[in-house]
Design a protein around this ligand. Structure first.
Ligand code: PLP
Length: 424
C-alpha cells in the first residue's frame, strides 16, 4: 500500500483521514505521507522512502526518534504495568526535576496534553483572581480548549474564521486579543477591561505562527502590566520548555510568570504535559483546594518514564550547544541559498527553533507572518519533500532541529535547498 491509498482508506474511517488537522497537508495541497518508522533524525514512509525529519513530532523529539535510552525506559516501565490510577514515586521524581528547573514553579500537576495544561492554567487564573476575562495574544496557539480558539495559530490559523463554530459567543467574548510584540495593544486591553482580566497568556517565543521572537523588553513590560493590574501572567512554554535551554524562555529572558504550561519535550514523545506555578496558586487545585482537575492517565508510568529519561539526558549531556551550532549552520546555509537564487527569505531563529518566511520584511507578529508568500513556501515544501527533507507542511509552523541531526544531515538539507530554490 502507498501513502495515497492509505490516506484514501483513512478518510473513510477518520475525519479527514488524520487525528490532528495539520497532518493532512492541507495548506500545501498535497497528500500526506504515512510514516512506518523513525530512527534518530530520520523517518521512513510506508513505501520505504527516507526523510530527514524537521518536524520531530512537532517538537517533543529533541533527542530524535527512538532514542535507545528512552525506548528502554518505556519498555521497562511497560513490563511493570502501564497505569494504576494510584500514585507512584516516578511522578514525584519527575515533578521534583521540573520544580528544581524553574524558579517560578513551586508545585506542578502532571496532565496528558498541552491543551489540558493550558485549560487548567486558565481555570486556576480565573479562580485565583475571581475574574473572567483572559488576554490572549494573536497568533499564539494554546491547544484546542474553547477559550483558546480565538485568533489562534498553528493548524487553526488555516481556517479563515477567527472563531471556531461550536464555541459559544458568550465564552469567546471572554477572550480578549492583543497583538504580539505590541505592548500598547496589551495596555489598551487592560484599560478597556479594567479589573476584569484574570490572566494574560502568551507563548514567550511565539512558535505557532512560525517562530517570532519577542522584541527587547516586550515580555518584561507585559510582566509589569500584569502585576500592575493584579492579573496573572501565564507562559505557555509547551514548545519553548526544554527547547531553548534546560529551562524555558523564562530562564533566558529572566521573567517570572505566575503559571507555566509545559508539554511536548517534557513528555519525551509520550502524552505527558504539566502545569506549574507558585504554591498558593497551585494549591487551589483539588484535592488541596476546590478547583477541580483530574485525569485517568495523568502521570502514568509510561509517559513519566519517557519524560524523566528525556530530562535526565538533557540535563547531563551537552546538548544545547550542539543544537545551537547545527541550527546556526542550517540558518546560514538556507539564507545563502535563497540569496544566491534571488528568493526573498527571512529566518527567525532562537536555538534549535526556527522558521523561514518567504518575504523581504521582518516578521514580528501574526499579520507579518501571514503576509509571507504561501505559494513559494508550498513549492519549497514539495521540492524538499521530493529530495528527502520532511519540513512542517505549513508556512506558519516551526522547524525543529534535534540532537540526532548531524552535520551531514544539515549539509544534505542545504544541498537539497540549493537545488529546490534554484528551480522556484
Ligand atoms: C502544541 C501546543 C499546545 C497544545 O499541546 P497538545 O499536547 O497538542 O494539546 C499548547 N501550546 C503550545 C504553545 C503548543 O505548541
Amino acid at each position: 500500500m502507498n501513502s495515497q491509498k492509505a490516506f484514501k482508506k483513512a478518510q473513510r474511517f477518520i475525519p479527514g483521514g488524520v487525528n490532528s488537522p495539520v497532518r493532512a497537508f492541507g495548506s500545501v495541497k498535497m497528500s500526506p505521507i504515512f510514516i512506518a518508522k523513525g530512527n534518530g533524525s530520520k523517518i521512513y514512509d510506508i513505501n520505504g522512502n527516507e526523510y530527514i525529519d524537521y518536524v520531530c513530532s512537532w517538537g517533543p523529539l529533541i533527542l530524535g526518534h527512538a532514542h535507545p535510552k528512552i525506548t528502554s525506559a518505556v519498555i521497562s516501565a511497560a513490563k511493570k504495568g502501564t497505569s494504576f490510577g494510584a500514585p507512584t514515586v516516578a511522578e514525584t521524581e519527575l515533578a521534583e526535576i521540573i520544580c528544581g528547573t524553574f524558579d517560578s514553579i513551586d508545585k506542578v500537576r502532571l496532565v496528558s496534553s498541552g491543551t489540558e495544561a493550558v485549560m487548567t492554567a486558565v481555570r486556576l487564573a480565573r479562580a485565583f483572581t475571581g475574574r473572567k476575562y483572559i488576554l490572549k495574544i494573536a497568533g499564539c496557539y494554546h491547544g484546542h480548549s474553547d477559550s483558546m480558539l480565538v485568533s489562534a495559530g498553528s493548524g487553526s490559523a488555516l481556517y479563515s474564521k477567527p472563531l471556531c463554530p461550536g464555541v459559544p459567543d458568550e465564552l469567546s467574548k471572554l477572550t480578549v486579543i492583543a497583538d504580539y510584540n505590541n505592548i500598547d495593544s496589551a495596555a489598551k486591553s487592560f484599560e478597556k477591561y479594567k479589573g476584569k482580566i484574570a490572566a494574560c497568556i502568551i507563548e514567550p517565543v511565539a512558535a505557532n505562527m512560525g517562530v517570532v521572537l519577542p522584541k527587547n523588553g516586550y515580555l518584561a513590560n507585559l510582566r509589569k502590566l500584569c502585576s500592575q493590574n493584579k492579573s496573572l501572567l501565564i507562559f505557555d512554554e509547551v514548545i519553548t520548555g526544554f527547547r531553548l535551554c534546560f529551562g524555558g524562555a523564562q530562564t533566558i529572558f529572566k521573567i517570572q510568570p505566575d503559571i507555566t504550561c509545559l508539554g511536548k519535550i517534557v513528555g519525551g514523545g509520550l502524552p505527558c504535559a504539566a502545569v506549574g506555578g507558585r504554591k498558593e496558586i497551585m494549591d487551589m487545585l483539588a484535592p488541596c483546594g476546590n478547583v477541580y482537575q483530574a485525569g485517568t492517565l495523568s502521570g502514568n508510568p509510561l509517559a513519566t518514564a519517557a519524560a524523566t529519561a528525556t530530562l535526565k539526558i538533557l540535563k547531563n549531556e551537552k546538548i544545547y550547544a550542539k543544537l545551537e551550532e547545527n541550527a546556526k549552520m542550517l540558518e546560514a546555509g538556507l539564507l545563502l541559498a535563497a540569496k544566491n537564487n534571488n528568493i526573498p527569505m527571512i529566518i527567525n531563529r532562537i536555538g534549535s527553533l526556527m522558521s523561514c518566511f518567504f518575504t523581504k520584511l521582518s516578521v514580528e507578529n501574526f499579520s507579518d507572518a501571514k503576509s509571507a508568500d504561501a505559494n513559494l513556501f508550498k513549492a519549497f515544501f514539495a521540492g524538499m519533500l521530493k529530495n528527502g527533507i520532511y519540513l512542517a507542511p505549513s508556512p506558519l509552523e516551526a522547524m525543529f532541529i534535534s540532537a540526532a541531526h548531524s552535520k551531514k544531515d544539515i549539509a544534505k538539507t542545504l544541498f537539497a535547498a540549493q537545488n529546490v530554490l534554484t528551480r522556484l
